[in-house]
Structure formats: structure tokens, C-alpha cells
Design a protein around this ligand. Structure first.
Ligand code: QAP
Ligand code: CO
Length: 171
């Protein structure tokens, strides 16, 4: 089932999501729905709060060199914790909850991630480049943060102006 993605300035995006404690069938159905929702919106990452569910759950499906997404590259990440972040990198980010706007954001270049899978099994992964960037973007959602909050004052002003204009044109 495709779920509704909530968009800025919806205040629910500011929610600090809470840890998953029960890894049951309802969680698995929800993860499947998140995947369907992300793919149908042409996303590479989605956090549960973006579909109005305040759980520490995110999914990522990073495209291959040809730009194709494969379900076998799907990562389902629950209760994540970043360890050992290294370096910094700039990447032009977007967000399904801030449609149509893209801007450079600084992130760690690489990191180690501790998390649980859909069965609650503890796992660790090493991430660099786009995967590391996407992990940080999605974990920020779990803490109620959007990438636009990381912009300089002037770029944030540019965003507010452009976004308001785009919202008006949609009505
Ligand atoms: C987060 O973002 C991300 O504005 C995932 O009109 C972004 O999937 C991780 C999207 C950058 C790493 C680098 C955005 C689709 C998708 C839009 C997305 C839009 C349609 C964003
Ligand atoms: Co996002």
C-alpha cells in the first residue's frame, strides 16, 4: 500500500521518533508499505516520520552506477546509531518531504552504523559516499530535523521564498 508522504512545513516532521521494541508482522507490513511509497515517489531514502509514523525506522535503496534501484540493495534500518564518523563532504540533497528543492549540505564522508534489521537482529555496516550521506539525512528525520535546517541563513531565506512561491502555484 502506498502511504501519504507529509511535506514541509507539516509540524509532525519535527517529532523525535521513538525506538522500535516490537519486531512483529505489523512492523514488516509497514516496512513493505514504506518501500512501495518510496519507489512510487522516485526516492532513494525514506524515514517513518515522513509517512507520519514516529518510529526510529528508515529505508534506503541506493541506485547502481547505471542509476537503477534494485530491491536486493534495499536496506531496512531500525534504531540506528552512528559510530566513528570521519571526514566531511558536500552533496546536493533533496527530500521527498521538501519536494522540488535541492541544496548542498555538509555531511560526514564515512561512518560505521549500528542498527537492527526487521527481525530485531543487531547488525553493523560501514558506509561511505552517497550511502553515508543518505544515512545521515534519514537519521536527522528520526531526530525531527530536515536538511534545510543545515543551510546558511541566506540559503535558508532563498529556500523559504522559492518554496512558498511553489506552494502558491500548486494551489
Ligand atoms: C534523501 O531523498 C537523500 O524533491 C533521500 O521532487 C537525498 O529520495 C539522501 C525526491 C540526497 C542522500 C542524498 C526529492 C524525489 C527524492 C524531490 C530522496 C522530488 C522527488 C529525494
Ligand atoms: Co528527507
Amino acid at each position: 500500500m502506498v502511504l501519504t508522504i507529509i511535506t514541509y512545513p507539516d509540524k509532525r516532521l519535527k517529532t523525535r521518533s521513538t525506538a522500535v521494541e516490537i519486531f512483529d508482522h505489523a512492523l514488516h507490513t509497514f516496512l513493505d508499505d514504506m518501500y512501495e511509497t518510496m519507489i512510487s515517489s522516485n526516492g532513494i531514502g525514506l524515514a517513518a516520520i515522513q509517512v507520519a509514523n514516529p518510529l526510529r525506522v528508515l529505508i534506503l535503496c541506493i541506485p547502481d552506477e547505471e542509476g537503477n534501484q534494485h530491491q536486493n540493495n534495499l536496506l531496512e534500518i531500525i534504531n540506528p546509531v552512528i559510530a566513528d564518523p570521519k571526514g566531511t563532504t558536500l552533496y546536493q540533497e533533496g527530500c521527498l518531504s521538501v519536494p522540488g528543492f535541492y541544496e548542498d549540505v555538509e555531511r560526514y564522508e564515512s561512518l560505521t552504523l549500528h542498527y537492527q534489521d526487521r527481525h530485531g537482529k543487531a547488525s553493523t555496516l560501514e558506509a561511505a559516499d552517497l550511502l553515508a550521506i543518505a544515512i545521515q539525512h534519514e537519521i536527522d528525520h528520526l531526530d525531527g530535523k530536515l536538511f534545510i535546517e543545515k543551510l546558511t541563513y541566506n540559503r535558508r531565506k532563498k529556500f523559504e521564498k522559492e518554496y512558498k512561491k511553489a506552494l502558491k502555484e500548486k494551489k
